[in-house]
Design a protein. Structure first.
Lengths: 104, 146
């Protein structure tokens, strides 16, 4: 995972398989990075993510809650078709924005 | 019918292992990429359920994964744990229901398994473990008959 700070926005570039195991390894880093700077906008970039399951939904919803507590905004970027369909099942696009090549 | 069976410890790092062996075993079926992605997700959700819910983080228990397919591209996946089981299966199947509210679980695992499968059954009772039986029919099936 790579984290990029760009003014008032924080971008997380995830990679590989984002399952329960991988998320348990990077969750605390993400929570802290957001907590430290309270960015206005957080972008989660899935361009290099080859796998995601319901643990990813839980992770995204938890980050939404974390940001919403101080009126920060969450965006998912570069989801594949499959990832979009999976996330859509939970209704989370009513809460978080999406941007990227496939769904502009 | 071709079949495989394996057991591995209830450790989160074995979730990737379970997906990988499922993928390898089903390689001869030449399934479409989208269907293989759904199968990886089915295996991942079932195994993660066994590890997190069934064994509640105990890393020393065993999870069993069985996969079979017939000449018509019908795949059967069975995931078994001997953990705490599910006392109320109807509740567990409700979208967004989770018994682990504090740990960022979405409660979508069961819904995803139902959505990506053609048949989905849970055999479980409190303290009697859990067996998830999933069937999925492949739609493009070029070489299963060989």
């Amino acid at each position: 995972m790579k984290i990029e700070k760009n003014g008032n926005q924080l971008i997380f570039f995830f990679e590989g398989e984002m399952d329960h195991h991988q998320i348990s390894l990077l969750k605390d880093i993400c929570v802290e990075a957001i907590e430290k700077t309270h960015p206005e906008k957080v972008i989660l970039d899935f361009k290099h993510v080859s796998f995601v399951d319901s643990t990813g939904i839980g992770f995204v919803l938890a980050r939404y809650k974390q940001l919403n507590a101080y009126r920060g905004e969450l965006t998912l970027r570069n989801l594949s078709h499959h990832q979009h369909a999976l996330f859509a099942m939970s209704g989370l696009f009513q809460l978080v924005r999406e941007e990227g090549e496939a769904y502009e | 019918m071709n079949k495989m069976s394996c057991k591995f410890k209830s450790r989160a790092e074995n979730e990737a292992f379970a997906r990988t062996i499922a993928l390898s075993f089903l390689m001869p079926l030449n399934a479409a990429a989208e269907e293989m992605m759904e199968i990886r997700t089915l295996v991942s959700e079932g195994v993660t359920n066994a590890i997190i819910h069934g064994y509640e983080g105990n890393r020393e228990k065993m999870v069993k994964l069985e996969i079979g397919y017939d000449d018509h591209g019908l795949i059967t996946i069975i995931i078994t744990d001997k953990g705490k089981g599910i006392s109320d299966i109807d509740q567990a199947l409700e979208p967004l229901y989770t018994s682990k509210k504090s740990s960022e679980r979405s409660g979508m695992g069961m819904t995803i398994m139902q959505t990506f499968s053609d048949s989905f059954d849970i055999i479980s009772a409190e303290n009697e473990g859990c067996t998830i039986v999933i069937q999925k029919q492949l739609h493009v099936n070029l070489s299963a008959a060989e």
